[in-house]
Design a protein around this ligand. Structure first.
Ligand code: PMP
Length: 395
């Protein structure tokens, strides 16, 4: 026991008493859609590997090839001497697929949101007043980025664009003559609810109130929108910045922002989370590059994923479970109480099914849930087994 432990040992003990202490478990190798956890093989309904690409031979082969050719690391940050031709190749491919002028890679989705938002909001604050509209259930990293910028968030009710419009209109009435920079920060698919933003309406609102849109496409990239490259493509030219990750449907690791060339150049010059960190390594870039080659070819997988989502929602609802506003591959079974969610997840796991319980502070109090995520790697029989597991756990 170190001296430092006295800071938090009572908090950990209290979590133990309430049986809600978080513990890491060890995952060993398993095929896509499956996982071996602490030695026990189970069907995996908790990963974000929505297309099963994390195990795709092309990603693994290109990761290996690029590491063999360029080394294990990039050796430095990008502005020093770590800017490999490989980074630029992936960025150019990404911008082409996103239909934007440019794209910039960042180390992770968390880091992108935590670092890009402060850089943008600083530029806005230098011009005068800033109004920052943020969805109430935005991901922790978006919230962190807004907080780090020190700009007060005007939170709109979750995915409620009527509420957003009322907030915009109320302020616009009183402040139209003042120079104000408005930002709307939201997600295209929400990670814990699996519902999606009406991007066309969001774009129209942003136009009407002259607001910039920062859209987190972490859970849409690879899965939804034109060519599977996210929902920003549904409102071409209207989403000022689309951020997304390679860590979910794209099967690897890392993140991007896509937008104008000037935006990327500005971030290269000012974003601390880009400047002061080592460039992504060749193996990671290889997997990214291969995923970007594959994504446009995976329409059939996306259609299967969509059908599986519809089927699962209907089945869970028939069992009396609340799946909220989900309309994607993320299907929550909202049970409310934290203890009940944990007990139900444990029950499913004894039946060979992993659907991890998500609880506060990740989701609001009273909305604890089992977050089920589907993957194109799941077979129909896997989904049937999950539904049977839920039925047995509820019996
Ligand atoms: N944004 C959203 C909406 C997310 O769900 C996540 C991952 N949970 C992130 C950003 C962070 O991405 P990464 O895992 O690549 O850090």
């Amino acid at each position: 026991m170190s001296k430092l432990d006295s800071l938090f040992s009572s908090e950990l003990a209290a979590a133990d008493d309430r049986r809600v202490r978080r513990r890491l478990r060890t995952a060993s190798a398993a095929p896509p859609g499956r996982i071996v956890l602490n030695g026990a093989p189970v069907l995996n309904f908790s990963s974000n590997d929505y297309l099963g690409l994390s195990k795709h031979p092309l990603l693994i082969e290109r990761a290996r090839e690029w590491a063999a050719r360029h080394g294990a690391g990039a050796q430095a940050s990008r502005l020093v001497c770590g800017n490999l031709d490989l980074h630029e190749q992936v960025e150019a491919k990404l911008a082409r697929l996103k239909g934007t002028e440019a794209a910039l890679l960042l180390a992770s989705g968390w880091q992108a949101n935590a670092a890009v938002l402060p850089a943008l909001l600083r530029a806005a604050a230098a011009r005068g007043e800033v109004e920052l509209y943020a969805d109430k259930l935005n991901h922790a990293s978006l919230h962190h980025g807004c907080q780090a910028a020190g700009v007060k968030q005007i939170r709109f009710r979750h995915n409620d664009l009527d509420h957003l419009e009322r907030l915009l209109a109320a302020r616009a009435e009183t402040g139209l003559d003042k120079p104000v920079t408005r930002f709307i920060v939201t997600e295209s698919v929400f990670s814990m609810d699996g519902d999606r933003t009406d991007v066309a309406r969001l774009a129209a609102l942003a136009d009407r109130y002259q607001a910039f849109v920062y859209l987190d496409e972490a859970h849409a990239t690879g899965v939804l929108g034109p060519g599977g490259m996210g929902l920003a493509g549904l409102a071409p030219g209207h989403i000022d910045l689309a951020m997304g990750t390679f860590s979910k449907a794209l099967g690897g690791f890392g993140a991007y922002v896509a937008g104008s060339r000037a935006l990327c150049d500005y971030l290269i010059n000012t974003c601390s989370g880009f400047i002061y960190t080592t460039a992504l390594p060749p193996a990671v870039l290889g997997a990214m590059d291969a995923a970007l080659d594959l994504v446009p070819t995976l329409d059939a997988e996306r259609a299967r994923l969509e059908a599986a989502g519809d089927y699962l929602r209907a089945a869970l609802q028939a069992l009396g479970l609340d799946t909220g506003a989900s309309s994607t591959q993320i299907v929550p079974a909202i049970v409310g109480d934290e203890g009940r969610a944990l007990a139900m997840a444990a029950d499913l796991e004894r039946r060979g099914l992993l659907a991890v319980a998500i609880r506060p502070p990740t989701v609001p109090a009273g909305t604890s849930r089992l977050r089920v995520t589907l993957s194109a790697a799941h077979r129909d029989t896997d989904v049937e087994q999950l539904i049977a597991g839920f039925a047995a756990a509820l019996a």
